[in-house]
Design a protein around this ligand. Structure first.
Ligand SMILES: [Zn+2]
Length: 317
């Protein structure tokens, strides 16, 4: 009986500890800048965020560096895209971190793509088709409606892994969702003229943006996903565009601009670099800026095509 009482007492103390306010901020390890930015919106001063990659890195080509391992070791919540985007480095980093709290399947591991209906799920997997993402296109952050979905799920997860601050995360989420919905309305109005615009893209990074804005993709500069553009393939696209014209060439700011520039000069259509994630351009300082800047760049490219007003266009940052 006495032992049982002792056990209850110990359990009571443990429960008390679990619910006590944290002395330090929750350590969040974000794989990409967009999720770091979202975790910051939702977590405020209760989170300390480390972003594993920067906006001018190719997110498909990250190396499992020791600095990432050290950060993963002390992380309490890992926030990544998933859908195999980080397949080349994250599993190694997580395994070698020895941090059991952030392994896949644990509450400390969060995949943004899990909250979003996926596009371009391949019907067959063939390595000859290039660097195919078997779980569907992982570049979900290019549609702000996906950001809403991920925000709801991430707020819930923050509340789960840091229960004493649950109400704080919930109220920050409500505030974010309100501002995001208002921005979404504004973006949809601003972007209306882009509907049906035909585009050529560097990599298949824009499936979700296309679905959101009603853009129509005619071709990709990469002959296969993950394979650098070749002269032969660019000439094929140039020929294709004579039959099926495209208005604008789109690439991510991190991608090499030479192929876009070549096609732009030969097909006489503007090429535009979009930030693709937070931090890639001066204006894309946060998630709101990411979409403000992306739309402004697309609209400027369209004015260049339609009205030959090209002065505000410049390829890079
Ligand atoms: Zn990709």
């Amino acid at each position: 009986m006495k032992n049982l009482k002792g056990l209850f007492h110990a359990l009571f103390l443990l429960a008390g500890l679990a619910l006590a306010p944290r002395a330090s901020a929750l350590e969040v390890f974000a794989c990409e800048p967009e999720w770091g930015a979202l975790a910051q919106e939702l977590g405020g001063d209760h989170v300390s965020i480390y972003v594993a990659t920067n906006a001018l890195q190719d997110p498909h080509q990250i190396q499992a560096k020791p600095s990432l391992l050290a950060r993963a070791r002390r992380a309490e919540l890992v926030v990544c895209t998933g859908s195999e985007l980080e397949i080349g480095w994250l599993p190694i980093v997580l395994r070698q971190s020895g941090n059991s709290a952030v392994q896949p399947g644990k509450p400390g591991y969060f995949e943004a793509a899990g909250s979003v209906p996926k596009l371009e799920i391949p019907t067959r997997l063939d390595r000859a088709e290039g660097d195919i993402h078997p779980g569907g296109n992982p570049h979900i952050q290019t549609d702000p409606r996906n950001i809403s979905r991920v925000a709801a799920a991430l707020a819930q997860r923050l509340a789960e892994v840091d229960a004493p601050n649950a109400t704080y995360y919930q109220s920050r989420y409500r505030d974010f969702a309100k501002r995001w919905d208002a921005a979404l309305q504004r973006w949809q109005t601003e972007a209306a003229p882009l509907k049906g615009m035909t585009i050529v893209v560097h990599h298949k990074s824009w499936a979700y943006l296309n679905a959101w804005l009603g853009l129509r993709e005619i071709a990709e500069l990469e002959p296969k996903p993950g394979v650098e553009p070749t002269a032969a393939h660019l000439e094929e696209i140039q020929a294709l565009l004579k039959r099926e014209p495209a208005r604008v060439i789109i690439r991510a700011a991190y991608e090499d601009g030479r192929a876009s520039t070549w096609l732009s000069e030969h097909a006489h259509i503007p090429a535009v670099a979009l930030p693709f994630t937070v931090g890639a351009t001066d204006k894309a300082r946060d998630l709101f800026g990411l979409f403000d800047d992306s739309l402004q760049r697309l609209l400027a490219a369209q004015r260049c095509t339609e009205k030959h007003e090209c002065s505000e266009l410049e390829g890079g940052r």
